[in-house]
Ligand binder design. Structure first.
Ligand SMILES: Cc1ncc(C[n+]2csc(CCOP(=O)(O)OP(=O)(O)O)c2C)c(N)n1
Length: 289
């Protein structure tokens, strides 16, 4: 890649705003959906798809591509918004989310959606899928990376820890485990339901070189991924300190913001306000790009 082609922070911020906007529009159109956990990975997706991932939208199954497993599959809407913006499929698919006959079921389906590498939604399972993918890539001599996105509530699934133990034991340094630590799961705070305790320390104790950064800081996420990709003899993990429904202050404060129905209280009005604000920001960002 030529030096001039390296995406700038402003490019990533523009992509972030577009992903957040399209995610809100999809969920708004459907009238409900997984708002909280979709929005908390928007910055991560902007860094991955704006800079880090080796992918080709015109060849979704390109053999040398980096793989991404969204193990917290209920955040599918944010991934779909990202893939559409990157050109994997037409943007007008987005407003068909979860409708009969759609290409876009609420959770990712690799047989239906160009750019999706793993079918997920049953929490925990994506961790083993990613471990297997990374093993296969290593055995075939590939340099491709596997990026695995896991929720902090998802860590309640014992399968995660089996997969992590395997990834660490085999020093699968090209399988980057990214944990979205938004402190909440479906019906409350992870600390109250089944406490994952200190996730960074836990990953370290499993043998991972682990960094923790603010999950809304594009530069910090990018720097951390660059550092972790430089580690050659160890498994690597990144804990993102995020906020559920990140980037939309009203919904960040809604206590029950896992799956939101917009037809109650002033939610529809607040959703529309957020969409209008993001549309303006996207236009402004685009004119600077
Ligand atoms: C095996 C399994 N059990 C339960 C569920 C239902 N479920 C969907 S999302 C969720 C909470 C997940 O919490 P977390 O991983 O923290 O997601 P986030 O807060 O990032 O949205 C649960 C229990 C599921 N999808 N799969």
């Amino acid at each position: 890649m030529m030096r001039d082609d390296v995406p700038k922070l402003s490019d990533l911020a523009h992509l972030r705003d577009k992903i957040r906007l399209e995610t809100l529009k999809m969920l708004g159109h459907m009238g409900y959906g997984h708002l909280g956990g979709s929005l908390s990975i928007v910055e991560l997706l902007a860094v991955l798809y704006g800079k880090q991932l080796a992918i080709e939208a015109s060849q979704p199954n390109w053999e040398k591509r980096d793989r991404l497993v969204l193990s917290k599959g209920h955040a599918g809407p944010a991934l779909y918004a990202t893939l559409a913006i990157k050109g994997f499929f037409p943007e007008d698919w987005l407003l068909t989310l979860n409708e009969g006959g759609t290409h876009l079921p609420s959770h990712p389906d690799r047989l239906k959606i160009p750019g999706v590498d793993a079918t997920t939604g049953s929490l925990g399972q994506g961790t083993s899928i990613a471990a297997g993918m990374a093993t296969g890539l290593r055995l075939s001599g590939s340099d491709a990376y596997t990026y695995l996105i896991v929720g902090d509530g998802e860590l309640n699934e014992g399968q995660c820890w089996e997969a992590f133990q395997y990834i660490a034991h085999n020093k699968l340094n090209r399988c980057l485990v990214i944990i979205d630590d938004n402190k909440k799961q479906l019906d409350g705070y992870t600390a109250d339901i089944l406490n994952p305790f200190d996730i960074q320390k836990k990953m370290e104790s499993f043998g991972f070189i682990t960094l923790k950064v603010k999950g809304d800081d594009l530069q910090a996420i990018d720097d951390a991924i660059n550092f972790l990709k430089d580690q050659k003899d160890s498994a690597v993990a990144l804990v993102l300190d995020t906020v559920k429904a990140q980037g939309v202050p009203f919904f960040e404060k809604v206590e029950d913001n896992h799956s939101v129905k917009f037809g109650i209280a002033n939610y529809q009005e607040e959703l529309e306000k957020a969409i209008t604000a993001l549309e303006a920001q996207v236009v402004k960002g685009g004119s600077h790009a």
